[in-house]
Design a protein around this ligand. Structure first.
Ligand code: TYD
Ligand code: MG
Length: 448
């Protein structure tokens, strides 16, 4: 008998190899290779295709506006770009226990359209218990506890839902494939079949995907490329706030966020989130700095905190929560070189309050000033917000939407702001706040 050919595929990036490898040469992750059987296609006699092709001149294609239907949850609609698009596929990623199943069940209850919820992780009773807790009694929701791809597809075709949810893609498997559920080929094939179903019938598919410890969606990156929209559920388990962030959206803006609070009876929307990430008592500690980050179409005030303490070992720690660690190293290098502040014998910890994650360049300067504030044990003046991008030369660069940020801060009772000099002209006559405009990190550091 002819031996079947096999290949080895990296679960994290999809790199293929003819033999097993301990470490992936592509993405450098360890122990991610699993074996897959290669099914060889019959060799075709001639190349090309002689049937009709679906090609048109660009100017002859009729434009159509995207019709959408509301998810029933405004903050979710916002991240989707205005609601679910028929025939589109949405990938919802997030850590276990963050609230993926909860938000989707809540949405299905408000949808007023027939829906199918396929669960491969929980039993029907568990779903029922959650629904009772959420006070859901919709007769339009059908639940299926199944992991076999073919049975799921038949159930979708039988029940004809407007929207179906797959919870989660890692549990779905196609028995015709040799590999076990959760492997690259299973995830890819299952997602492809479900996508095909959504695209050809105009149903909306929401696929839940787990994330790995490092925060990327488990399974191949290819899943993110295949779907129309990738939503990421963020927030830490200890905090009640949850954020849904659109990291890819073919039908809308990709930087919108939706803010929720986890309560005893499910996720509750926070329609006006600008102040929720701030400390409730307005006392300012050293190391604390308030900034206004711009998320999608809204400015949100956020507190960044730094703790700078002596390090007694060779390698000082640089630990961050809600902020990129490499970015912190860069900012520390800029502080050392351009503002002559040496922190090489200090541990630096950064925390963004409320489980918020910031990656906007405008938060560079607040991070730097919170570090200075902690290392000097000197608080920033009360009622101040700080905004600005820090370049490698120590220059402070202008940021977009400065007026919207200042307005939001003013609304919440802030009285002064440190902003980039480049933004200063546009603020004239537009804000009642006291403005200090800075052009270099050195200048900013010497403001307090
Ligand atoms: P869940 O939606 O099951 O998370 P995921 O599907 O992302 O794994 O949410 C689970 C957590 O949410 C669990 O720790 C309990 C909590 N929770 C509430 O606090 N209130 C609620 O009403 C519900 C349904 C869950
Ligand atoms: Mg779940």
């Amino acid at each position: 008998m002819k031996k079947e050919k096999t290949k080895f595929v990296c679960a994290s990036c999809g790199y293929e190899s003819i033999r097993w490898l301990g470490k992936c040469p592509e993405c450098e992750s360890w122990n991610t290779f699993s074996e897959e059987v290669v099914v060889k296609q019959e060799a075709k006699g001639k190349q090309g295709y002689s049937g009709p092709l679906n090609i048109s001149k660009l100017h002859k294609i009729e434009s159509s506006s995207v019709s959408r239907f509301s998810s029933g949850i405004q903050e979710l609609d916002r991240t989707l770009g205005g609601g679910f698009v028929p025939g589109s596929v949405i990938l919802l990623g997030g850590e276990p226990g963050i609230g993926k199943s909860t938000i989707l069940l809540q949405s299905l209850a408000l949808l007023k359209k027939p829906s199918l919820y396929v669960t491969g992780e929980e039993s029907l009773q568990q779903i029922k218990m959650r629904a009772e807790r959420l006070g859901i009694a919709s007769d339009l929701i059908t639940i299926l506890a199944e992991t076999d791809l073919n049975k799921i597809l038949s159930a979708i075709n039988d029940t004809e839902p407007t929207l179906f949810v797959i919870d989660s893609i890692q549990t779905v498997h196609n028995p015709e494939l040799m590999s076990s559920p959760g492997t690259v080929s299973q995830i890819r094939e299952s997602a492809y079949a479900l996508m095909e179903n959504a695209k050809t019938t105009g149903r909306t598919a929401v696929i839940i995907g787990h994330v790995t410890k490092e925060g990327s969606l488990a399974g191949p990156k290819i899943l993110e490329h295949m779907v129309d929209t990738v939503l990421q559920f963020e927030g830490d388990g200890n905090n009640l706030f949850r954020i849904i962030r659109a990291i890819k959206n073919r039908f809308g803006s990709s930087n919108e966020i939706g803010v929720f609070e986890m309560q005893g009876s499910g996720l509750k929307e926070v329609p006006n989130p600008s102040g929720v990430f701030l400390n409730e008592d307005k006392t300012v500690n050293s190391g604390s700095c308030i900034t206004a980050v711009f998320e999608g179409t809204r400015a949100i005030l956020t507190e960044v905190q730094a703790l700078v303490v002596p390090s007694y070992f060779g390698n000082p720690s640089r630990i961050t929560s809600g902020f990129d660690q490499r970015k912190l190293s860069i900012l520390l290098a800029v502080l050392e070189k351009r503002a002559k502040i040496n922190l090489s014998n200090k541990n630096v910890f950064i925390n963004v309050s409320g489980g918020m994650r910031i990656d906007e360049p405008a938060s560079d300067l607040p991070i730097c000033l919170s570090i200075i504030s902690s290392s000097r044990e000197k608080t920033l003046p009360p009622g101040i917000i700080v905004i600005g991008e820090v370049g490698l030369g120590g220059e402070i660069r202008g940021v977009p939407q400065i007026i919207a940020r200042l307005k939001e801060a003013e609304k919440l009772g802030f009285i002064s702001a440190i902003i980039p000099k480049a933004n200063f002209p546009e603020t004239k006559g537009k804000t009642g706040m006291k403005i200090k405009a800075v052009s270099s990190i050195e200048e900013a550091v010497n403001t307090f």
